[in-house]
Design a protein around this ligand. Structure first.
Ligand code: FAD
Ligand code: NAI
Length: 466
């Protein structure tokens, strides 16, 4: 039986990054993945394929709707969905191959098969050609998550679908009904709306992307309505049923009235659940909490101090970069270092157009915590760079401590928000004040100038260009 310093179960961004860092730090490392491709949800059916389709559909949308304004006349463009999905798959394959390359480069032993606990230090790997056992001094569980199913809307993977199927539909839906106005609902809803589908979103709460700052929810709803998405907020879905090629969604609205919505596809995007099936946690006396997550302490150790858990399978944001940070954290802890993660400074991004990106506290959180704050905003439409490109929707909003001026929240909706938020993360990691940003030179003309202007607005209400 092979013996390792560390065995990682799961090869998503949490697991594969943990394995690389362990190997870099001199540990003999193994990684176990039940699928034949590495990279987990993120690379195979999450971040990468969704962004590939978002980019392709955005090109189509611009060609169909925005080129003319720039003086470019073309015949009405046509969608070749099969080709778009083939391209997406190529991007996925290349990215997954890249992870395999990194495993080989770092001399990490890769096992393909379902990993499960035999005892505290032994794992069984169920491979295509039989079972193999390995032992490890330390074990990292990075088994991720899967789409949450509603009890009355079981995925048939044909018309009642999760994000996984929505990334490879055989046709552009005529009418896609999306349950959940969260990140997946808005991103994949945007993809198909851009490709010509009618898209109706049904959301339980009273706003979209409810974990983001309220101003972001308001703005993105406005922008996506322009794209053609219809929103039904404060709707409690009670049934989803099939009638041939039709899917009928039954919900109750705020006035307690029953609403029926008929579509040809229904994407259920109501969150994701931790994945621990087949892991044999009982063999090591580890339990999951009431939400199915593996409990860890602030060192990411389970009740067994040599068994760690990271990423989507534990508490916190279900984001690839959060999982990666945790992978590095565990590897460095095992090497005797003293790493640190500031969970408040993990940015969140929605890759719609305009994009939404945030880090730190929302205005609602500051109000609830009774923190005295000031707020400065700047609209992209007042920016030369945004007018030049034609991307005038959105704003930057900076929340700073009323007394000290320290930035507490950084929220962007607009062009390149996903990249712009990095400035907020750096500023907040170094505990910058709004005035610090306001006094830094920002190249002209750039989208980033909106950040300087919002910081000026937060500092003394002295934005220059509004
Ligand atoms: P995962 O990526 O889920 O990987 C877990 C791996 O473990 C899987 O490969 C699984 O097969 C394997 N596994 C499970 N059990 C076993 C076992 N017993 N033995 C062997 N292998 C096992 N996040 C972002 O930050 N940015 C985005 O843009 C983004 N877009 C997304 C889009 C979509 C459509 C979805 C669904 C998710 C998206 N996410 C995004 C979330 C992101 O994918 C997850 O947060 C991230 O993948 C979590 O990483 P992880 O390593 O914890 O788990
Ligand atoms: P989500 O948590 O973002 O949104 C789910 C939405 O569904 C919420 O608005 C919630 O109020 C609503 N909802 C829950 N139950 C409902 C019901 N019964 N009826 C109607 N609405 C209901 O979850 P989502 O969109 O499924 O994504 C899962 C996770 O994947 C995200 O939270 C995120 O962590 C990750 N992800 C990240 C992306 C990114 O970083 N860009 C992209 C896609 C996913």
């Amino acid at each position: 039986m092979d013996n390792f310093d560390v065995a990682v179960i799961g090869s998503g961004p949490g697991g594969y990054v943990a394995a690389i860092r362990c190997a870099q730090l001199g540990m003999k490392t193994a990684i176990i993945e039940k699928y034949s491709t590495l990279g987990g949800t993120c690379l195979n059916v999450g971040c990468i394929p969704s962004k590939a389709l978002l980019d392709s559909s955005e090109h189509f949308h611009n060609a169909a709707h925005n080129f003319a304004e720039h003086g470019i006349e073309i015949n009405a463009p046509q969608v070749d969905l099969n080709k778009m999905i083939e391209r997406k798959q190529k991007v996925v394959d290349q990215t997954c191959d890249g992870v395999k390359f990194l495993m080989d480069k770092n001399k990490i032993t890769v096992f393909e098969g379902l990993g499960s606990f035999v005892d505290d230090h032994t794992l069984a790997i169920q491979k295509k050609d039989g079972e193999e056992k390995i032992s490890a001094k330390n074990i990292i569980i990075a088994t991720g998550s899967k789409p949450t199913e509603l009890p009355f809307a079981k995925f048939d993977k044909e018309r009642i679908i999760s994000s996984t199927e929505a990334l490879k539909l055989p046709e552009v839906p005529k009418h896609l009904v999306v349950i959940g106005a969260g990140i997946i609902g808005l991103e994949l809803g945007s993809v198909y709306a851009r490709l010509g589908a009618e898209v109706t979103v049904v959301e339980y709460l009273d706003r979209a992307i409810p974990t983001f700052d309220g101003a972001m929810s308001k703005e993105i709803t406005k922008s996506l309505k322009k794209l053609g998405l219809k929103f039904n907020f404060s709707h409690k879905v009670s049934d989803v049923s099939r009638d041939g090629e039709k899917v009928i969604i039954t919900a109750t609205n705020k006035k307690d009235e029953e609403v029926k919505i008929e579509g040809d596809y229904c994407l259920v995007a109501v969150g994701r659940s931790a994945y621990t099936e087949g892991l044999g946690l009982d063999k090591v006396a580890l339990k999951t909490d009431e939400r199915g997550k593996i409990a860890v302490n602030d060192q990411l150790q389970t009740e067994k101090s040599h068994i760690y858990a990271i990423g989507d399978v534990i508490k916190g944001a279900m984001l690839a970069h959060k999982a990666e940070e945790e992978g590095v954290f565990v590897a460095e802890s095992l090497a005797g270092q003293k790493p640190h993660i500031d969970y408040d400074l993990i940015p969140g991004v929605v890759y719609t157009w305009p994009e939404v990106a945030s880090v730190g506290k929302t205005e609602e959180q500051l109000k609830e915590a009774k923190v005295a704050y000031k707020s400065g905003s700047f609209p992209f439409r007042a920016l030369g760079r945004a007018r030049a490109s034609g991307d005038i929707d959105g704003l930057v909003k900076i929340l700073a401590d009323k007394e000290t001026d320290e930035i507490l929240g950084f929220h962007v909706i607009g062009p390149r928000a996903a990249d712009l938020v990095a400035e907020g993360v750096v500023a907040m990691e170094y505990r910058a004040s709004a005035e610090d940003i306001a006094r830094m030179s920002h190249a002209h003309p750039t989208f980033a100038e909106a950040i300087k202007e919002a910081a000026l607005a937060a500092t003394e209400n002295r934005a220059l260009h509004v």
